[in-house]
Design a protein around this ligand. Structure first.
Ligand SMILES: *Cc1c(COP(=O)(O)O)cnc(C)c1O
Length: 497
């Protein structure tokens, strides 16, 4: 099992799973993917009987054969333990005719915990395997949720240093509070004057800056990434697709072998790509529903085959999806285009230089077989939260509402009767302002933590540990910098010459 870059010849980019996790991003700007996609020898029936942890061990073993089974067990035990407020890790809830896969029971209340509780475990073991006694410097661009989740995952992990960059004014009050109240000795968060794409582009640039990398190496340090560009972040997400399927079987909602749809609120395309990988591993998926917010570049892409980032950028009530360049789409295209890395490279270069590219007809037709797409405006997001609550009593966050809205629209248009799982990517308490006003028609009295209390007063019930934790540590002051200062703050903090 080897990995390779999406933008280079296999002979020139091949490396071990451990090295791919440490590197994060390929030096040619491409993303690491399996050189040959693994074939699973398991039976679907046996998977439906496994706990989340045992299922995770099976999936990870397939992609990380250089870890011993003892090591995999330890990864899974540490990643999916007491820090989760539900023993199922990812419980499935039926509301109306659809199913909601709750991926937000981890410490930071969003689905990124699923991957970011596992990635540090994989990374520290990879460092040992590769025998690199280097300090790993994690650079992360975040639209909100990755920031806290990676700080939380790497907090006080020996041999790691974490730098998080988020758009100033572009994250929710609760997300901001979470980032500013993390306490590990190895964690730093900076607000960038710009949007998420600015932060992500600069992180990618710093990552591949040879001079800077040289200085880091002199100091015994090496960059890595906790973004979903890192393959070690992506692969743990395959698990919950199988786990959702198992729950549908065990709750007698489907028979083994029946097809299901998954609807995924999409930003950087990591979550939905994991669904595509699950399908490649034999999960009977009929449609992957790619749901976008008002930044609907992917909706247009799936309809036309042209990816065009030249459009206005909107800050919406689903901030984790406010993205115009969905990095992980590159991995899907690479796979559908039969590993034609030259073509992938030319598309990605066109995206960078001209702002758009068009895929070929073969890729386009494959996309249309498996994917459908749609988007929800901010108003539709609030209506969806309101309507679902009215009809079923179930409360969803704005990101989940995007998936839920697009699903219902798709079902109305197509009459597709396939059982559909909507990935519920964040807790409603992470976005209390939008959820409260969607349900009541009234604005909250005050944003952030007071809004959490106000929403709780409305919904009742017991608060989960992740919500209670919001009130524990006081926040540190925000550090605001420009995009061009990102490199120097890293240099200063690591005392580079
Ligand atoms: C990150 C995030 C998304 C988008 O997921 P991608 O893997 O980037 O497509 C959706 N919802 C929430 C709540 C998120 O945090």
């Amino acid at each position: 099992m080897k990995y390779r870059s999406t933008r280079n010849d296999v002979d020139h980019s091949e490396l071990s799973p451990a090295a791919a996790v440490i590197q994060g991003l390929a030096p040619d700007g491409g993303l690491y993917v399996p050189a040959v996609f693994p074939k699973a020898s398991w039976q679907l029936a046996e998977l439906t009987k496994l706990s989340y942890q045992d299922l995770a061990a099976k999936v990870l073993a397939l992609f990380f054969p250089d870890l011993s089974s003892q090591q995999i067990k330890a990864v899974v035990k540490n990643a999916y333990g007491q820090q989760w407020d539900d023993p199922k890790i990812a419980p499935l809830v039926k509301a109306g005719r659809n199913f909601y896969l709750e991926l937000f029971h981890g410490p930071t209340l969003a689905f990124k915990d699923i991957a970011l509780q596992a990635l540090p475990q994989l990374m520290t073991r990879s460092v040992t395997i590769e025998n690199r006694h280097r300090q790993i410097v994690i650079l992360t661009a975040t639209s909100g949720d990755t920031g806290t989740a990676s700080m939380r995952g790497f907090s006080d992990q020996a041999g790691t240093q974490v730098f998080v960059f988020y758009p100033h004014g572009g994250v929710s009050p609760v997300q901001l509070r979470q980032m500013l109240s993390q306490r590990g000795h190895n964690l730093q968060a900076f607000a960038i004057k710009g949007n998420f794409d600015d932060a992500q582009t600069e992180v990618k640039r710093i990552f591949n800056d040879q001079t800077f990398k040289g200085k880091l190496a002199d100091q015994g340090c090496q960059f890595s990434s906790a973004n979903s560009m890192n393959i070690g972040r992506l692969l743990p997400q395959i698990v919950y697709y199988f786990y959702a399927y198992g729950q549908l079987v065990n709750q007698n909602e489907i028979k083994l072998g029946d097809q299901v749809n998954f609807a995924v609120p999409t930003g950087n395309f990591g979550d939905i790509l994991a669904g595509y990988y699950a399908e490649k591993l034999g999960l009977p998926i009929r449609k992957l529903i790619c749901a976008s917010d008002a930044n609907n570049v992917l909706t247009d892409f799936f309809h036309t085959g042209t990816y065009n980032r030249q459009r206005p950028f909107y800050l919406t009530n689903s901030p984790a999806m406010d993205i115009l360049v969905s990095s992980n789409l590159e991995r899907l295209l690479f796979d559908l285009d039969q590993a034609n890395w030259q073509e992938i490279k030319s598309w990605m270069t066109a995206l960078q230089t001209q702002g758009h590219y068009q895929v070929n007809q073969t890729v386009f037709h494959q996309l249309q077989d498996l994917f459908v797409s749609g988007f929800a405006t901010q108003k539709q997001v609030k209506q969806e939260i309101h309507q679902l609550h009215q009809e079923t009593g179930y409360v969803i966050d704005p990101h989940t509402a995007v998936g839920s809205f697009v699903t219902r629209q798709y079902q109305a248009q197509t009459s597709d009767p396939t059982p559909t799982v909507i990935n519920a990517t964040a807790s409603p308490y992470k976005f209390p302002e939008t959820v409260y006003s969607a349900i009541t028609g009234q604005a909250v009295a005050s944003k952030g933590l007071p809004a959490v209390k106000q929403l709780h007063a409305l919904l009742g019930g017991e608060l989960k540990q992740g919500v209670k934790a919001l009130f524990a540590n006081p926040p540190r002051p925000e550090k605001v910098i420009t995009r061009s200062e990102m490199e120097s703050v890293i240099s200063q903090d690591l005392h580079l010459k």
